[in-house]
Design a binder for this molecule. Structure first.
Ligand code: PGA
Length: 251
């Protein structure tokens, strides 16, 4: 099954400056995504310091804003962490959790990612939970086992709230490499993830499943046409207004 409305989310990663963001946002506002609004929800996940400015710039647009991480804790002595409540207070709607760059560079475990998803939900944010295998894991035939293990921590931790998350399948080997999973490869994993979600909870059948990893204007439509791909998590191409708008229109 495919959801009737796609979700297209930009992940700016650690890119930008106030001047560069203003330019990018001007381009996005000029691209006038209102026309695609009935078919696609659009959001951008930006570095924490820019949340307030980006929310203000996009307030009259169809675009929502999110963070790229969130603390597993509500508040307290956690130097350097940012809570979901803080992100929410600045007007963000989404929080990416468990991006592969955080799992690998910051040693985030499956359980920590699940705890972050839970904290995000508790603070009124929609967590976008990322899962995905490395090339070595794919070559070893472990793709399903890896994404099932990553998702299971979330399923076990969230309970009935599972239906309120977004899941992004991002094969690590396709992120920022220009190598996109073929629509068939992506669809196969998405169908598997959908089955895991439904087996855990029937109401989780409508959890949006995004694909991420070198999505570009010229491959987006084919990916989004797959029955279990409900949208995309877009890195590099989200930094170019024309490309990101073209991807949103491809939905
Ligand atoms: P990419 O990144 O589109 O640049 O491959 C996707 C992501 O990391 O979310």
């Amino acid at each position: 099954m495919s959801l009737s409305k796609k979700l297209i989310v930009g992940n700016w990663k650690m890119h930008g400056s106030r001047a560069a963001n203003a330019e990018l946002l001007k381009g996005l506002l000029g691209a006038d995504l209102k026309g695609s609004a009935p078919r696609a929800s659009v959001a951008v996940c930006v570095p924490f310091p820019y949340l307030g400015e980006v929310v203000a710039a996009l307030q009259d647009s169809v675009m929502a804003v999110g963070s790229q991480d969130v603390s597993a804790h509500a508040h307290g002595a956690y130097t350097g962490e940012v809570s979901g409540a803080m992100v929410r207070e600045f007007g963000a709607v989404y929080a990416i959790v468990g991006h592969s760059e955080r799992r690998s560079y910051h040693a985030e475990s499956d359980q920590l990612v699940a705890d972050k998803a839970k904290a995000a939900l508790a603070q009124g944010l929609v967590p976008i939970v990322c899962v995905g295998e490395t090339l070595a894991e794919r070559d070893a035939g472990q793709t399903d086992a890896v994404v099932a293990r990553q998702l299971k921590a979330v399923i076990d931790t969230l309970g009935v709230d599972l239906a309120r998350v977004v899941v992004a399948y991002e094969p690590v080997w396709a992120i920022g490499t220009g190598k996109t999973a073929s629509p068939e490869q992506a669809q196969a994993v998405h169908a598997f993830l959908r089955a895991q979600l439904v087996a855990a909870q029937v109401s989780a059948a409508s959890v949006p499943l995004l694909y991420g990893g070198s999505v570009k204007p010229d491959n987006a439509a084919e990916l989004f046409a797959q029955p279990d791909i409900d949208g995309g998590l877009i890195g590099g191409a989200s930094l170019k207004a024309a490309d990101f708008a073209a991807i949103a229109r491809a939905a």
